[in-house]
Write a protein that binds this ligand. Structure first.
Ligand code: HH2
Length: 292
């Protein structure tokens, strides 16, 4: 399973990749305000790379439930100094831009970003063309509605079927706009228009998404459905152990990329869970051979 992101192609068949989150925002649900200052954001990027992040996902707009869009110029004002510094210091670092806005995406790609992480899956009609022209990677994520209204209706007849249908439609839209299929990854959108039970079901049935044949990105890190399960009532950092459990499950069920706040610990979890997944695969192969 390959994922092409401009000049970088990830072979995701065995080794899971860890995507470190850097929110250059005043209001993100977990790290809001900590990395709004460009120097703090740049230092955080270097820290996460040193911890073993394979990719960094930089965002300048919170998409937590109830949040409102941030204008493109403001997103760019936050991102530009961070991207400029990283592009100069770490040109090989694979940077993803978490934005729904084609203008922001295009500017970021101009400063060396290799992936566009679009939680709205091409709601901006110009986005597919921007991604296609750069040959960039594209994360398509399932969300019902917008961050402002997505938690109003979280009931699904069959959540996996709805997510899979949506992602298939958005893949078709991406391809119609010129994006190569091998550049596209899927994300079930944990917490985006989902109840706690819904988010859990997405994790538990992840193999059904993996079966669609594109790399699967999972973003469960520190999200509130974990607190509902564990009873942690404090700040999101208390959800780290639960996040690591979710990461292990996601990998065992086939995830290819983990989008996380806690890189060092998640890298270790990924190594164990992918080894267990591989052991199961080998066992499955030899059992089949013996049985034939
Ligand atoms: N979750 C968040 C933001 N972007 N992108 C993808 N592909 N998948 C996710 O699950 C995902 C995402 C929300 O987390 P965070 O960035 O930490 O918070 P905020 O949106 O408040 O900035």
């Amino acid at each position: 399973m390959n994922w092409r992101c401009r000049d970088t192609t990830f072979d995701l068949s065995r080794r899971v990749r860890v995507m470190g989150i850097v929110n250059v925002t005043p209001d993100s649900f977990s790290d809001g305000g900590r990395y709004l200052d460009p120097a703090a954001a740049i230092a955080r990027c270097h820290e996460l790379l040193a911890e073993g992040a394979d990719l960094l996902d930089l965002g300048a707009e919170s998409t937590r439930p109830g949040s409102e869009p941030v204008p493109a110029d403001e997103q760019w004002r936050r991102l530009e100094p961070v991207l400029t510094a990283l592009h100069a210091a770490r040109p090989q670092a694979v940077l993803s831009i978490d934005t729904r806005d084609a203008v922001v995406a295009e500017r970021a790609l101009g400063l060396g970003a290799r992936i566009v992480n679009d939680v709205s899956s091409l709601s901006d009609p110009a986005m597919a063309g921007v991604v296609a022209r750069a040959g960039a990677g594209l994360v398509l994520m399932h969300m019902r509605g917008t961050p402002e209204n997505m938690q109003r209706d979280t009931a699904y007849a069959d959540i996996l079927a709805e997510v899979a249908t949506f992602l298939g439609e958005r893949l078709a839209r991406a391809e119609a706009g010129g994006v190569a299929r091998e550049c596209v990854a899927f994300d079930p959108g944990i917490g985006f228009g989902k109840s706690a039970d819904g988010s859990l079901e997405l994790l538990a049935r992840l193999t059904e998404l993996v079966a669609l044949g594109r790399p699967v990105v999972v973003g469960a890190s520190r999200k509130s459905f974990l607190a509902r399960l564990t009873g942690d009532e404090g700040p999101p950092i208390e959800r780290v152990p639960a996040s690591l459990a979710a990461a292990a499950l996601a990998v065992f069920e086939g995830a290819h990329v983990l989008r996380v706040h806690d890189v060092a610990a998640t890298v270790r979890v990924a190594r164990v869970a992918e080894a267990a997944r591989e052991a199961r695969r080998m066992r499955g192969t030899s059992a089949t051979v013996k049985g034939t």
